[in-house]
Design a protein around this ligand. Structure first.
Ligand code: FES
Ligand code: FE2
Length: 429
């Protein structure tokens, strides 16, 4: 059963149970800026094993369509983006942003049956999102807080991770790893340093978790010693099927991730920072674009439209491992940067972790719950039972770091202060 579950969860191609499930949610596909210009160059993009082409048409509408022409399978990457559509360079068939065939020069009468796959798109937070599921099941656009803020409140980046999405995402659910591989990073990083959060985290390494399963996914309540009459709670959210929201540090921007399969051996690790109530300052934006916090620096020339967005620290250079820094306790594993630290460990498991031989610990309870939720939903969907967490209103939750009186239940507090984040203050220390 466990075996069957893991095999099912790591496969996301079209027609697989997990692939069908993930296609019922809006998918972050690429940066909007990769197709900035109307009639600009079209970009190849692969999501869940599907080879797709993104472009912006003459009217500025984004399109995400099959990469290949319906005539004889030529890649439309070599076509022409002009006059509200992509024209295949081989024999001139033309397709609009929806994939509809709008011109067959040789045989106009067959135009209708020459259409190719096209997915509905929305643009939010500088990301092009697509819905890749059945047409009649399209949910409301994503309700997660950062995707609904003005653009200047949000910074997003993506990086290639050379592993299955599941083991990457599990790093976002498994908050107990922060005390190890990220231990020394929080002091020097401008998105984390100088906060009470660091003091509490350092003072009490024995974090005790309570996990709540709810309408949108999981809430993880991590308890540490606070002041004499209080506990310090760090509240992490995992939103079905692939988001997490990280408990904040002081006044620094709030953060989160999304993990989206490219194929079964690669995923996009999206990293997000945002300020709910104000635009990010020039300084914050500068740090973020330099790759600080949960973002990264890129291998030269790869962070360009349609590029690989491969990090500068990657598996070929052992993530720039520095044994001296490790010895001197400047980097726990010798790797610097949150993103590279996570990627190095998660990619070291191999493109798909050998789940058969893993031996889970009590601290893996949240991961096990998330796996079960995804698996149940995938299996249920095969039997016609609708997936959970499609109500975008339920996704408006927020993460927090807060001191609560010893006797107060954090679950009750979260229902009032974190469920519909929009009009709430940020709880962070
Ligand atoms: S292959 Fe595209 S028009 Fe012939
Ligand atoms: Fe991490």
């Amino acid at each position: 059963m466990a075996n069957e579950m893991m095999k099912t969860l790591v496969q996301t191609g079209r027609g697989t149970p997990t692939g069908n499930l993930l296609r019922r949610y809006w998918v972050p596909v690429m940066l909007s800026s990769e197709i900035a210009e109307p009639d600009g160059p079209q970009i190849r993009v692969q999501i869940m094993g599907e080879k797709l082409l993104a472009f912006r048409d003459t009217q500025g509408r984004p399109g995400l369509i099959s990469e290949f022409c319906s005539h004889r399978g030529v890649s439309l990457y070599f076509g022409r983006n002009e006059d509200n559509g992509i024209r295949c360079s081989y024999h001139g068939l033309k397709f609009d942003v929806t994939g509809k065939c709008v011109d067959v020069p040789q045989a106009p009468q067959v135009c209708e049956r020459m259409s190719i796959t096209g997915y509905p798109c929305v643009e939010r937070a500088g990301i092009l999102w697509a819905y890749m599921g059945p047409k009649d099941k399209q949910p409301a656009p994503p309700g997660v807080e950062w995707a609904n803020l003005p653009d200047d409140h949000v910074f997003v980046s993506k990086r290639l991770q050379e592993s299955n999405y599941l083991q990457a995402m599990e790093g976002g659910i498994d908050t107990s790893h922060v005390s190890f591989v990220h231990r020394f990073e929080v002091d020097g990083d401008p998105l984390h340093q100088g906060t009470k959060a660091n003091d509490y985290i350092k003072a009490d390494g024995n974090v005790i978790f309570e996990i709540e399963r709810n309408d949108f996914g999981l809430t993880l309540f991590g308890r540490r010693k606070g002041e004499p009459d209080s506990y310090y709670w760090r509240v992490t959210q995992w939103l079905f099927p692939w988001y997490n929201l990280i408990p904040p540090f002081g006044d620094h921007a709030l953060g989160g991730h999304v993990w989206v399969p490219i194929d079964d051996h690669h995923c996009w690790a999206w990293s997000i920072n945002f300020q709910p109530h104000r635009p990010l300052s020039a300084q914050e934006r500068q740090h973020l674009s330099e790759g600080k916090g949960v973002h990264c620096e890129y291998e030269e020339g790869t962070a360009v439209p349609g590029g690989t967005f491969r990090p500068k620290a990657n598996k070929e250079n052992d993530y720039l491992l520095d044994r001296v820094a490790q010895k001197e306790k400047r980097a726990f594993s010798g790797v610097f940067g949150f993103a590279a630290q996570d990627a190095s460990l998660q990619e070291s498991m191999g493109p798909i972790q050998d789940h058969e031989n893993e031996k889970l610990l009590p601290s893996d309870r949240a991961i096990v719950m998330a796996r079960r939720m995804l698996y149940e939903a995938a299996v249920n969907l095969e039997q016609g039972i609708e997936p959970p967490a499609l109500d975008s209103n339920k996704q408006r939750v927020r993460a927090a770091g807060v001191l609560l009186p010893i006797e107060q239940k954090p679950q009750d507090w979260a229902k009032v202060h974190l469920a519909d984040a929009k009009d709430q203050q940020v709880y962070s220390l």
